[in-house]
Write a protein that binds this ligand. Structure first.
Ligand code: KG4
Ligand code: ZN
Length: 338
């Protein structure tokens, strides 16, 4: 039997992460989240790459320590090649190459978006793996994508956002309401206490399985400006209802597209990932979909939904089994496609 240890490294955006996987099981999953961006209300690329540079060695060190192994026991190094912020990707890429070179072990390049999807294949008690083919929807602050997954490495993007990501719709709406960044979790919390039908926002009309969220953010802005003009205390008096209505609209947009994707492909296994999949409303809507449309839905353990290195390590493991390695002259790619 094989005993494979792989180190995964993720640095595509604002989280520096490292994880050790032993066969299909995660031994450690370390993430250093960069707090520096909060005061700017969004990720500042220049600051992100500096923080990665600072964090990467301690984070890798901790991942090895928590896994209780030495770097000499590693069989391969997997890293996020893209998509993401170039300055951020370069830190993880260069580090991974150097470490693989120094240890004289294989280097494995990983597509971050495939990582979000293949996170469903981490061995984890209480979580089922989706059977092929399935539909994956990745929803986060940086991504909104629907993918038809026929096998581990046979996947097709069938829909994606043409402008903002769904997480940005939450965060930018929150900014308009004066909430902190990122606003998604607070909108979620308040939405539970409010009336989702208090206010109506029109859904963007985008053909097929694509999404658009920039118009939604503008609709929220105009609505709030108009109401505040009439009543300066409008936001504070109605915050829960506003949050509930915003969340209800966003979830409606996501579910409409999932319904269409399921109909077009005749696939009823639906797996979600990305930070927004923490949202309690989307989780409930997926459960309802099981009743209403006969779906089987899959949501990974929370720590594997937000940006993390465990999802990079599992892809590394799957590629290792196929002997699919990278050369040492590989370069990061900010716009890498699935
Ligand atoms: O995956 P993630 O941690 O980072 C990337 O963007 O890659 O996702 C962060 C996004 C933010 O936009 C945040 O507001 C959103 O996920 N988010 C939520 C919730 N928790 C996080 N949005 C809605 N409801 C939540 N409970
Ligand atoms: Zn991501």
């Amino acid at each position: 039997s094989q005993n494979i240890y792989i180190l995964g490294i993720e640095s595509s955006c604002d989280d520096t992460a490292a994880s050790v996987i032993y066969n299909g099981r995660i031994l450690s999953n370390v993430v250093a989240s960069q707090k520096i961006h909060e005061e700017f209300g969004g990720v500042v690329p220049e600051l992100a790459s500096r923080a990665h540079q600072q964090n990467i060695v301690p984070v890798v060190h901790q991942a090895l320590k928590k896994a209780n192994i030495t770097k000499e026991q590693l069989n391969a190094i997997a890293f996020t090649r893209g998509p993401g912020l170039m300055g951020s990707l370069l830190v993880g890429t260069s580090f991974a190459k150097s470490l693989a070179f120094g240890l004289n072990i294989p280097l494995i390049d990983v597509n971050h978006m495939q990582g979000h999807i293949l996170a469903h294949f981490i061995d984890e008690e209480g979580f089922n793996k989706p059977p092929f083919p399935f539909i994956a929807m990745t929803i986060s602050g940086g991504h909104t994508q629907i993918v038809k997954v026929d096998n581990y490495f046979e996947m097709t993007v069938i829909g994606e956002t043409i402008d903002d990501a769904v997480g940005e719709a939450f965060d930018k709406s929150g900014k308009i309401l004066g909430l902190g960044y990122p606003a998604g979790p607070e909108i979620d919390k308040r939405a539970k206490l409010g009336n989702p039908k208090a206010y109506k926002f029109t859904k963007p009309s985008v053909d097929g399985l694509n999404f658009s969220f920039s118009g939604f953010k503008t609709a929220v802005l105009y609505f709030i400006q108009r109401e505040v003009k009439a009543n300066p205390d409008f936001i504070t008096e109605n915050l829960n209802d506003i949050c509930a209505s915003i969340q209800y609209t966003i979830i409606g947009i996501l579910i409409d597209k999932l319904k269409l994707a399921s109909k077009q492909t005749s696939i009823k296994h639906i797996a979600i990932g990305g930070g927004v999949s923490a949202n309690s409303g989307i989780r409930q809507a997926l459960k309802d979909g099981e009743q209403k449309f006969g779906w089987t839905t899959y949501v990974p353990k929370f720590e594997f939904t937000t940006d993390n290195a465990a999802m990079i390590a599992i892809v590394g493991y799957l590629k290792y089994l196929e002997g699919d390695f990278a050369e040492q002259d590989i370069v990061a790619s900010a716009r890498l496609k699935i």
